[in-house]
Design a protein around this ligand. Structure first.
Ligand code: ADP
Ligand code: MG
Length: 220
């Protein structure tokens, strides 16, 4: 969907969340295969169940603006997804919602600020940091790239494309790392050589943003 306005409104955010749900569904088997190597083979099904429920929840509330929409997604993920990823993605969206507030559309800087708050929520809740071989290894470089590009005057389209590339690079980098958090950490050194499933789903989140929000004009 092309959004030519300056704002990321409820409609644009819905497009992002629908696109993320679509990409998760399409990649569910792949995410589960990654989790079967260093976890318990449920990351794809967890995320698929959660995002299907999240999309159903936002479709049932067509008038919700950006903040309430993000809150609904966060609450739905927390309540429908077991394991580590549900509460962590739930926290990401709930913190984004708090940063977005109830005041209406976000501009590009507001979106970046909300994503930064979401990332900080995941780091705090997961008691983790970059390099631990988790979803943070994709999210943190993506948020850094988004902020850097916007600060340099890039439009949102360009900034999100850079963020998606940074997420994918962070995801790929997890293969060479030892897992320090979550189930994969039980494997210690044996986790090396396997990509982290959460970093793969987090990359889909950023790629979905680039696909669905990238046409929004970043110059508010
Ligand atoms: P579970 O590990 O409970 O089976 P999932 O398989 O759905 O849950 O999700 C696993 C993913 O969650 C991992 O690949 C990793 O990216 C992420 N993860 C696990 N623990 C943490 C943590 N403490 N902080 C951040 N991310 C984490
Ligand atoms: Mg798992």
């Amino acid at each position: 969907m092309t959004n030519t306005s300056n704002n990321i409104d409820g409609r644009a955010l819905r497009a992002w969340l629908h696109e993320f749900a679509r990409q998760v569904a399409e990649n569910s088997d792949h995410l589960t295969a990654l989790d079967s190597e260093i976890g318990d083979a449920d990351h794809g099904s967890n995320m698929h169940r959660g995002m299907a429920a999240a999309v159903a929840a936002i479709d049932a509330d067509p008038d919700a603006g950006p903040g309430p929409l993000l809150k609904l997604v966060g609450r739905t993920l927390v309540s429908t997804v077991g394991g580590a990823a549900g509460p962590l993605y739930g926290t990401l969206f709930l913190r984004m919602a708090a940063a977005a507030g109830d005041t209406g559309p976000l501009d590009a800087a507001g979106f970046a600020k909300a994503l930064r708050a979401g990332l900080e929520g995941v780091v705090a809740r997961g008691r983790t940091e970059i390099g631990d071989k988790t979803m943070v290894d994709a999210l943190a470089p993506a948020v850094d790239a988004l902020e850097r590009e916007l600060a340099a005057g890039a439009v949102l389209d360009t900034a999100l494309a850079a963020a998606a590339l940074a997420a994918a690079a962070g995801r790929d980098d997890t293969a060479g790392r030892v897992a320090r958090k979550g189930r994969a950490s039980y494997l210690g050194e044996r986790s090396i050589g396997h990509q982290d499933p959460g970093s793969a789903s987090a990359t889909l989140l950023v790629e979905a943003a680039a696909a669905a929000l990238g046409t929004v004009d970043g110059q508010a």
